[in-house]
Write a protein that binds this ligand. Structure first.
Ligand code: SIN
Ligand code: MN
Length: 206
C-alpha cells in the first residue's frame, strides 16, 4: 500500500536553487571534497559490502562507514586530512530553511552514478534529532522513497530534480528513506556525470 502523503515534517522544495547557485555549489563542493582527499567508497559494517555511492564530507564532522561501524569523525578516512569547510551558500540555506539556530556540523556529499542506489535506512547516528535534515539535489534526477518509523511501513515516492531541496523535520526526521534509482543523463550539471546529494545535519547538542 502506498500512503497518500509523506510523513509529517517532510517538505519537498522543488526548484529552490536557481541554475547559477547550482553551478556554484557543484564547483565549491567538488573543490572542497578534492582538497581533503577526494571521494571514498564506504563499506557496510558487518558484511563489508561496498556502497554503490561514493562519499565525501564538508564541515567539522564527516560521516563514514566501514567494518568498525557507522560514525562521525573529524578526518578523511584515507588521507587523515580534516574535512574542508562548508561553503557559505550551504550555511545560508540552512539558516533559511532549518529553523534551528545551531549551524550544521556535517555536509555529507553522496555521488551517485547511473547504477547507484541507497537502500532504505534511517539517519540515526547523530546525538540529536531535534534539528531537521536538509538535502540538496544537483545533477541527474533521482527517485526518492520515504516511509514511516518502521521499516515495513508503507512508502511514498517522489522524483527529485537538480535544484530541489528536501527537508526532513518533525516525524520525518527519523523516517526510513532511500534512493531507488538515478535517471541517467537527465542533467549535464555534474562534470563527470551523475547526481550529487548534499545532506546537511546537526550532529551534537551544542
Ligand atoms: C541520504 O539519505 O543520505 C541521501 C538522500 C539523497 O540522496 O537524496
Ligand atoms: Mn539518509
Amino acid at each position: 500500500m502506498t500512503p497518500a502523503a509523506p510523513p509529517q515534517g517532510f517538505r519537498h522544495l522543488a526548484g529552490h536553487l536557481d541554475a547559477a547557485l547550482q553551478a556554484r555549489l557543484v564547483r565549491e563542493v567538488l573543490a572542497g571534497v578534492a582538497a581533503s582527499g577526494g571521494f571514498f567508497r564506504p563499506h557496510m559494517p558487518r558484511t563489508g559490502r561496498p556502497f554503490s555511492v561514493l562519499m565525501g564530507n564538508l564541515g567539522p564532522l564527516g560521516w563514514v562507514s566501514d567494518r568498525h561501524g557507522y560514525r562521525y569523525q573529524e578526518r578523511h578516512p584515507l588521507t587523515g586530512r580534516p574535512w574542508s569547510p562548508m561553503p557559505d551558500a550551504l550555511l545560508a540555506l540552512w539558516r533559511e530553511l532549518a529553523g534551528d539556530p545551531r549551524p550544521p556540523e556535517c555536509c555529507l556529499v553522496n555521488w551517485y552514478r547511473a547504477d547507484s542506489r541507497l537502500g532504505l535506512h534511517r539517519d540515526e547516528d547523530e546525538e540529536v534529532f531535534d534539528a531537521p535534515i536538509l538535502t540538496i539535489s544537483l545533477g541527474d534526477d533521482a527517485i526518492f522513497r520515504i516511509g514511516g518509523l518502521r521499516r515495513r511501513d508503507p512508502t511514498w515516492r517522489v522524483r527529485l530534480k537538480s535544484g530541489d531541496v528536501v527537508v526532513m523535520g518533525g516525524t520525518s526526521r527519523l523516517a526510513y528513506h532511500g534512493i531507488d534509482r538515478i535517471l541517467p543523463d537527465t542533467s549535464t550539471l555534474v562534470p563527470d556525470g551523475g547526481r550529487l546529494a548534499l545532506t546537511l545535519r546537526r550532529v551534537r547538542a551544542a
